[in-house]
Ligand binder design. Structure first.
Ligand code: SER
Length: 315
């Protein structure tokens, strides 16, 4: 199994590379990113190449050269950044996806492209959001995610391309930082509290959002792609979640461990509006039934692990 990860230098890719290496062997995983400095960092632990996923010629050459069987397309501008430049978000997010799907069709690869809680909007039921429900997002990021789900399902039904994906909630991790997302606060808070003892939240105290700790997110990436296709009634995309909390709940739990921590709020109206349009908690029972999704990290264990990992960085 030869696997190509495009957009490998981001929050998910940085940790997905070693996870895939463990599973499929060091020499079978190719990390690709647009930025030279990121590729230099990736080269320290893996085979890494500079690749713009929008450049179909170079993308084709990489697929051929490394005889790729599976593509993880992680190229994306996230929700808050997408609102600053919606046209760019559309061209990057959809351009990378269309190229990935076309190459998968031509070279018979399977494709994983994350969808997101961003695919939902105000008219979606917010509590225990069902797998199959109203999807009318209010952000360009969300428009791309719904379109991406549809396009991936189309490539499966029309051309038989093995496309699968999950709707990721906010992902909490301590490798590469996320950037430009609405759920980023749940990562930033740990860095700021450990470095400065103080965190100012851009998200209102009572705004619920689903979250996953990175080890569970990585398991979702590989478990779904290795699942028996005859068991999948859905493909693009499955709801997955492990916890749901508000800033207030998270900060109170951090305060129990670090009593001197100071939290306050300076709400960012764009992020607050996006957060309010997303589910408070998703129903992920289809993922559990169809491919055995079974997250292991809850809020308490995640907080303990994040504090420990970030303290070790000696910021
Ligand atoms: N983490 C993403 C964002 O906040 C959601 O998928 O944009």
């Amino acid at each position: 199994m030869n696997v190509l990860v495009v957009g490998a230098g981001g929050q998910i890719g940085t940790e997905l590379i070693p996870h895939l290496q463990k599973q499929y062997g060091q020499d079978n995983i190719i990390a690709a990113d647009l930025k030279e400095d990121v590729v230099k960092r990736l080269k320290e632990g893996s085979i890494a190449i500079t690749l713009d996923a929008l450049d179909i010629k170079n993308y084709t050459e990489a697929i051929k050269k490394y005889k790729i069987d599976r593509i993880y397309n992680l190229v994306a501008l996230l929700s808050a950044t997408g609102e600053n430049n919606p046209q760019l978000a559309w061209s990057v997010n959809m351009g990378a996806l269309l190229n990935s799907l076309e190459l998968a069709r031509e070279f018979k690869c399977s494709v994983f492209t994350p969808s997101s809680i961003g695919a939902f909007g105000h008219s979606t039921p917010h509590n225990l959001t069902p797998q199959d429900t109203i999807m009318r997002p209010n952000t360009m990021y969300g428009v791309c995610k719904v379109s991406g789900e549809l396009l991936s399902d189309y490539y499966y039904s029309r051309f038989g391309v093995d496309t699968r994906s999950v709707r990721f909630p906010g992902i909490i991790s301590n490798g590469a930082l996320p950037g430009g997302g609405t759920t980023d606060y749940a990562v930033e808070v740990f860095y700021d509290i450990i470095k400065k003892g103080h965190y100012t939240s851009p998200i209102p105290e009572n705004s619920f959002m689903d979250m996953l700790y990175i080890p569970d997110a990585l398991d979702a990436c590989t478990q779904l792609m290795d699942a028996d296709p005859s068991k999948l009634r859905h493909r693009n995309s499955f709801n997955v979640t492990a916890m749901s909390f508000t800033p207030e709940i998270l900060f109170n739990e951090i305060k129990k461990r670090i009593p001197e921590a100071i939290f306050d709020y300076n709400v960012n109206p764009v992020k607050a509006e996006i957060a309010s349009s997303w589910p408070d908690s998703m129903d992920d029972s289809c993922a559990r039934e169809e491919w055995g999704w079974n997250p292991k990290w809850g809020l308490q264990e995640m907080i303990d692990d994040m504090i420990c990992a970030i303290r070790k960085k000696n910021l």
